[in-house]
Design a protein around this ligand. Structure first.
Ligand SMILES: Cc1cc2nc3c(=O)[nH]c(=O)nc-3n(C[C@H](O)[C@H](O)[C@H](O)COP(=O)(O)O)c2cc1C
Length: 234
């Protein structure tokens, strides 16, 4: 795909900085993260960061997220996927450093660049199997680290989040149970994302899955994921 033209006024150095941040574990100096605009606002390129929360490389949720990402990439988006199970990281340590002197999470492990990528991305893809009625542990430990995006007085501040508002999310959830089960998972997290300035949260859901993973996946669900990419990336 030809690269879309950058936004007028964006310097080559600034664009290089953003591109570097998207692809490497660039360490921002203190305070910078809160001023980083969404990727598309500066470059004209939509960036999508995906969290793959299933330990199964051939799992349903990974296949659906991949279908979305591949379609989005075909349409010119820059995509990045993080297979959480392959990373080494901790959940939130509850140290509250991000509510004190630090504007970023002070835990420096494999999630540090993931959090940076999320902070810049226009769309977050959040994919997970349902385990015991919830998202997977791999995803939950990552998600708790999103706490670092909130400002110290997030409970009362009308702008509770350091992220640039206007992001969108696509949740991909896969479960063995039927349609009527575990429908509470997505709305609960979508509600939290209001704090984070998200303007649109979507769900792609595979229900009544077998144990075979993606090879048993209903093709209609893959088409749904691709159609959603076409709707959101344009
Ligand atoms: C540890 C574990 C817990 C599970 N708990 C549930 C559950 O509570 N409800 C459910 O419907 N399916 C449950 N399942 C089934 C998975 O959600 C289902 O196989 C899902 O499609 C897997 O997604 P994946 O292919 O993306 O890994 C569980 C599976 C495992 C391994």
């Amino acid at each position: 795909m030809p690269r879309p033209a950058g936004r007028p006024g964006l310097t080559a150095a600034r664009e290089a900085l953003i591109l570097q941040a998207m692809t490497t574990a660039l360490k921002f100096p203190p305070g910078v993260q809160s001023h980083v605009p969404n990727f598309i606002e500066e470059t004209g390129i939509m960036h999508i960061a995906a969290l793959l929360g299933s330990p199964r490389k051939q799992g349903n949720s990974t296949a659906l997220a991949t279908a979305f990402l591949e379609q989005a990439a075909e349409l010119g988006a820059q995509t990045q996927a993080f297979a959480l199970n392959q990373l080494s990281y901790k959940g939130c340590q509850g140290c509250y450093a991000c509510k004190g002197k630090s504007e970023t999470c002070v835990v420096k492990d494999d999630l540090a660049p993931v959090l940076e990528a999320l902070s810049l991305a226009d769309i977050w893809v959040v994919a997970s199997p349902i385990y015991f009625g919830q998202i997977s542990g791999q995803l939950k430990c990552c998600l708790d680290r999103w706490f670092s995006f909130l400002v110290p007085d997030y409970m009362t501040n009308p702008q509770p989040c350091r992220l640039t508002p206007g992001k969108r999310s696509v949740w991909v959830l896969s479960q063995a149970g039927p349609e009527g089960a575990f429908g509470d998972v997505f709305p609960a997290y979508a509600n939290f994302l209001k704090w984070y300035g998200f303007v649109d949260n979507r769900l792609v859901r595979a229900v009544a899955t077998g144990q075979g993973g993606a090879r048993d996946l209903n093709p209609a669900r893959l088409q749904e994921a691709q159609a959603l990419a076409r709707e959101l990336v344009s």
